[in-house]
Design a binder for this molecule. Structure first.
Ligand code: CP3
Length: 345
């Protein structure tokens, strides 16, 4: 197997970790901004297979990353399930809210989402044809809890307050919503795999706000259910789970979720992760994305530290969260050169 990302996911310890970056196709790149302008707006870009494939390929051409992630958004699934979705420039996503039993019941089921999502599968098919043979194609979806926080709140919220409130006030509706999203996610990711995605990643950006039993029930259990269903339908498909903000609860998650890889945010140290998480399998991460803005010696030192700390097991180098629009594209070169020049051990 020549694809280094798939080798790391299979549990191989490589001399140099494969590298990609969350949000690697994004506003920090002038070529992305040009294609987005050509498309009209962000959602039109997501639903235009030729242009979505083009922006997915841009960071591969510029940097030679080991993996490409499908260009789409975690909020396209709620849109396909019937929510209205739009983006307010400079602010972020807005959705029509789903908070009552009737609104949950009215959502479209897993067989009825594919008309809307068809262009996304077409993007995957184009990428499967056009990517260099050594580059792994990653499909993705939001994890049910994170997607639910946007559907319940109608927008991003600092503390996921509306979702926690619904969980407290109408647990049946909350759990029914998570179930519907879980079923939709399985169907959505299955189609991405059939179209050519070689592994899939579940983004649970707000997992860290689930405390105690809630973390197990609403972050771990749905991710485990999705992983099991995908592996039953597509034997061998590797899964990367990203329960951001899990902290010490990262320990043991490979086995609890059944995922090949656990992605780490920058809230845990690489040394701690080597001792407590990498023992269970491949880890991905976890350079603070602020280094892509500030660069310099601190970027180099921190990058080396992470590569060395995680050199004793399977590791995929990545940031702890998405690269931000104010990042300097030159700092990405510096990060990649540093990873590839760092001698293991
Ligand atoms: O990583 C990639 O390059 C693949 C594409 C991707 C996007 N969003 C494109 C995008 C992925 C994997 C996502 C995931 C996503 N989307 C998450 C989970 C990861 C995370 O960041 O926590 C979440 C919570 C969303 C929802 C979302 N989409 C928000 C909150 C925003 C607004 C914030 C922002 O950065 O503007 C988006 C918009 C979005 N999704 C952009 C991109 C490139 C920026 C849109 C633009 O071009 O204006």
């Amino acid at each position: 197997m020549t694809k280094t990302l798939l080798r790391a996911l299979a549990g191989e310890t490589l001399p140099t970790p494969p590298i990609w970056m969350m949000r690697q196709a994004g506003r920090y790149l002038p070529e992305y901004r040009a294609t987005r302008a050509e498309a009209g707006d962000f959602l039109k870009l997501c639903y235009n297979p030729d242009l979505a494939a083009e922006v997915t390929l841009q960071p591969i051409r510029r940097y030679g990353f080991d993996a490409a992630i499908l260009f789409a958004d975690i909020l396209l699934l709620p849109q396909a399930m019937g929510a209205d979705l739009w983006f307010v420039t400079g602010e972020g996503p807005r959705l029509s809210t789903v908070t009552t039993d009737a609104e949950v019941a009215a959502l479209k089921g897993p067989d009825d989402i594919h008309d809307v999502l068809g262009p996304i599968y077409e993007t995957v098919r184009i990428l499967a044809r056009e990517l260099p043979p050594e580059t792994t194609l990653i499909g993705f979806a939001g994890a049910p809890w994170t997607v639910a926080t946007y559907m319940i709140g109608g927008q991003g919220t600092p503390d996921q307050g509306p979702a926690h409130a619904l969980k407290a006030e109408n647990r049946a509706a909350f759990e029914a919503l998570l179930d519907r999203i879980t079923e939709g996610t399985i169907a959505y990711l299955s189609r991405q795999i059939e179209a050519g995605a070689e592994c899939v990643k579940l983004f649970d950006s707000w997992a860290g706000s689930l405390k105690g039993e809630d973390f197990q029930r609403y972050a771990v259990a749905p991710a485990a259910r999705i992983t099991a269903a995908l592996k039953a339908a597509h034997p061998g498909i590797p899964v990367i789970a990203f329960p951001r903000g899990a902290g010490e609860k990262y320990e043991g998650l490979h086995a609890e979720i059944g995922a090949e890889c656990i992605a780490l945010d920058d809230g845990v140290s690489a040394d701690w992760a080597a001792a407590h998480v990498q023992t269970g399998g491949c880890v991905q991460g976890n350079l603070a994305s602020s280094h892509m803005v500030t660069g310099g010696e601190a970027l180099v030192t921190e990058t080396r530290k992470i590569v060395k700390a995680l050199a004793g097991g399977p590791h995929i180098f990545n940031l702890g969260h998405g690269i931000t629009p104010d990042a300097d594209p030159e700092n990405v070169h510096l990060m990649i050169d540093t990873v590839r020049a760092t001698v293991a051990a």
